[in-house]
Design a protein around this ligand. Structure first.
Ligand code: SF4
Length: 222
């Protein structure tokens, strides 16, 4: 079912390095800055061109992945499947080397997380998800050519639907669920986490099918 509301514009497009809005996450960042001063340990910015027509929304940085390297999905298990899939469907070029200086570029695609700071045990609270949503709304709003959004996991999916001005009931989460919210095609996928892939909840073929759908929508667009 479609919802007609557009995402609300936000005057603040990117959180600052010391964003204080989630005290628990700010404290966790500080702990890891002390433990690993060479790591990123800050809100992770989006990756990919703002002119892209495809946006991929993940949950939050992994502790030893994006929180360490500073680039979404870079350096942890989930990135292996995500970036190999993006390369397979022409949404990336180069070689994924699990570091931000690997030279990989995104083509017509951008990646952001629904929650920009690493949460303990990969579990942001509902309040933290809500608090970071304006940054997600702003990230969506600044992509002038955006047509398709792939959401990875239920939390990212529901937060994206809300950021687009819809309600969770407008497009219930399920692998392959697909609908139009706020003028954008939203396609849901199970998250490409180690747990989901190791348990067979998500197979590479299932993940590829989601991006094949996204590619087909974009190729059919005028
Ligand atoms: S999760 Fe988002 S809102 Fe919360 S502290 Fe980090 S950047 Fe700020």
């Amino acid at each position: 079912m479609a919802a007609s509301a557009a995402p609300s514009p936000s005057p603040t497009r990117e959180p600052g390095r010391d964003c204080p809005l989630c005290p628990r996450l700010a404290g966790f960042r500080q702990e890891w800055r002390a433990l690993e001063p060479e790591w990123h340990n800050a809100p992770v910015p989006g990756f990919g061109p703002l002119t892209a027509r495809l946006l991929i929304v993940g949950l939050a940085p992994g502790l030893r992945g994006a929180n360490r390297t500073g680039r979404p999905f870079t350096g942890d298990f989930a990135g292996d499947l995500l970036y190999s899939t993006l390369l397979a469907f022409g949404f990336a070029a180069g070689r994924y080397g699990a570091t931000p200086d690997d030279g990989l570029t995104l083509r017509d695609a951008r990646i952001v997380n629904a929650v920009r700071c690493v949460p303990p045990q990969n579990k942001p609270t509902p309040e933290e998800i809500r608090t970071c949503r304006p940054f997600l709304g702003a990230a969506i709003g600044e992509m002038s050519k955006l047509e398709v959004i792939v959401t990875l996991g239920k939390i990212a999916h529901d937060s994206t639907v809300l950021a687009l001005g819809g309600r969770a009931a407008h497009l219930k989460f399920g692998h392959g669920a697909d609908g139009v919210i706020g003028g954008r095609r939203v396609i849901a996928s199970y998250h490409c986490s180690r747990y989901n892939t190791n348990t067979g909840v998500l197979t590479p073929a299932m993940f590829h099918a989601v991006f094949a759908t996204a590619r087909a929508y974009l190729d059919a667009a005028p």
